[in-house]
Design a protein around this ligand. Structure first.
Ligand code: NAD
Length: 485
């Protein structure tokens, strides 16, 4: 399936989703909370984490008893509901988290519905030889504990659920505290799909009020066999220290290189399209640009033609002092800068207003020329703010881009027609995703080939997770038989 990112198509998707919504579907965003909506309780959402784990364990037993066709039937209905309720989840997401854009979040849900792999992702391997036949099958772990972020809350819950159920697991979620209603709406959706497919009332579960304490209960419960964590460095570190098998999908700071062989006009548009996708919330989105000096001005003009607003260095300093705040570590007394949560995922227009600049709605990105050490380059802002660093040649571009990625090994992008340059950067940066000559979202299957995921596991190496990432290998050996040739 090919999806091209145009405003017209997004509008079409939103219109078709709105048209197909069921009449009894909830519509008022202010009536949601972590426990339910419109007075109706979310299915599978518990006050106590222990009860949530009990429910996930029952869900696991039910999935184990299902045939592959029955699992696939549940997944088909999840996909269907996800398409139908995409704009509802997008609206709750923006309303609850105050981050991102409804049209883009709607498209993200449609992407999850269309391109998250199901049971076909699970493939057994067979080896035959003089000694007979050995079969390696991909088995479920059991009950998975999943920690989900605020940036793609319901997208991650649904994407994880499809993959984990396809693999035969149960799952209990500990969603981000700033996105409980959105995440638990998705938990409810999975359970409604299960019921519609003739499965159990509660297939996956969550808690009304997730906290670090409920996460800790999840880490320590012996029934949880696998932890999957999608979030920033703190939480990834915490699951990797849990003593359990864990999949960690952590932070990125994706650099973009543009060299002088690129189609500069296209590069300018692609970079702005990718950088502004859901107001830069995706961890894969372009965060800083390294442009060869001889094409940098032309690139900036191309960006301006595509909704970018250029600010000067004094304005950039004032903006930096607002979007980043200083924090003192209570234990060490060491001061560091962290992103101002009130600015993450906000519209460019809103951010510009904070430094007294008023612009029209067409402005979707703030760009500025900076040096390499600027806060905008060094910090993962997750805002539609894009610093551009001029470099003298490709050597300098690669050197600085690799440093700006901070060894996350997450995502990097490049616009070039020079195969040697593309290859050199890809080798040097060692990221899980490397996108050439396209907006960043092509890397997760949006206008690019390949499946989608919202859990990109760089630190633990699973890469773009899918059902098979949530399985464990089991070998079955039959000696001296079943080799039939
Ligand atoms: P976050 O790190 O603030 O929170 C993630 C989740 O972890 C939340 O549920 C939070 O409550 C919980 N949490 C935080 N510290 C914890 C701890 N010590 N123990 C247990 N739970 C803890 O993430 P966010 O702001 O929602 O998401 C943004 C970050 O996540 C960015 O850094 C982004 O790059 C990253 N991210 C990565 C991917 C990926 O696939 N690699 C996807 C989305 C987001």
């Amino acid at each position: 399936m090919a999806i091209n990112w145009t405003e017209a198509q997004i509008e079409e998707i939103v219109a078709s989703v709105m048209k197909s919504l069921k009449s009894d579907a909830p519509t008022t965003k202010c009536e949601y909370d972590g426990a339910g909506y419109n007075g109706k309780k979310y299915i599978g959402v518990y006050t106590d984490m222990k009860d949530a784990i009990d429910a996930a364990e029952s869900g696991y037993k039910a999935v184990r008893a299902m045939s592959l066709a029955e699992r696939e039937r549940v997944i088909d209905i999840i996909r269907d509901l996800c398409r139908k309720e995409a704009s509802i989840m997008a609206e709750i997401g923006v309303s609850e988290t105050k981050m991102g854009r409804v049209d883009h979040k709607t498209a993200k849900h449609t992407l999850v519905a269309d391109k998250t792999p199901g049971t076909s992702d699970i493939q057994a391997q067979v080896k035959t030889g003089d000694y007979g036949l050995t079969l390696t099958e991909m088995a479920p772990f059991g009950v998975v504990g999943s920690i989900t972020p605020s940036t793609n809350p319901s997208e991650t819950v649904i994407c994880n659920s499809i993959g984990m159920i396809a693999a035969g697991n149960g799952v209990v979620f500990n969603p981000h505290p700033n996105a409980i209603a959105t995440s638990n709406y998705a938990v409810d959706l999975i359970n409604r799909a299960s019921q519609l497919a003739g499965g159990p009332r509660v297939l996956v579960s969550s808690v009304v009020k997730p906290t670090l304490d409920t996460a800790d209960i999840m880490y320590k419960d012996p029934r949880i066999k696998l932890l999957v964590c999608t979030g920033g460095p703190g939480v990834v570190k915490s699951v990797l220290s849990s003593g359990k098998k864990a999949i960690g999908a952590g932070a990125g700071n994706p650099p973009v290189i543009v060299d002088d062989t690129a189609d500069i006009r296209k590069a300018g548009k692609d970079i702005i399209d990718g950088c502004t996708f859901d107001n830069n919330l995706p961890c894969i989105a372009e965060k800083e640009v390294f442009a060869l000096n001889n094409i940098a001005s032309e690139l900036i003009e191309a960006m301006k033609e595509n909704g970018a607003y250029l600010i000067n260095s004094e304005q950039a300093s004032r903006l930096a002092s607002i979007v980043l705040v200083e924090k003192t570590n209570p234990k060490t007394g060491i001061k560091s800068k962290i992103v101002n949560r009130d600015c993450v995922g906000r519209d460019a227009k809103v951010l510009l207003e904070k430094i007294g600049i008023s612009v029209c709605d067409k402005i979707r990105c703030i760009i500025c020329e900076t040096d390499f050490n600027h806060d905008f380059v060094q910090h993962e802002l997750m805002m539609p703010i894009l610093p551009i660093v001029r470099v003298k040649d490709i050597d300098e571009a690669i050197d600085l881009a690799v440093k700006a990625e901070h060894g996350n090994r997450h995502t990097a992008h490049m616009h070039s027609k020079n195969i040697d340059n593309l290859t050199r950067f890809a080798r040097a940066v060692e990221t899980t995703i490397f996108v050439k000559n396209a907006p960043s979202y092509a890397g997760i299957g949006f206008g690019g080939e390949g499946h989608t995921t919202f859990t990109i596991a760089g630190p633990t190496g699973e890469g773009l997770t899918s059902a098979k990432s949530f399985t464990r290998q089991r070998r079955c050996v039959l000696s001296e038989s079943f080799r039939i040739i």
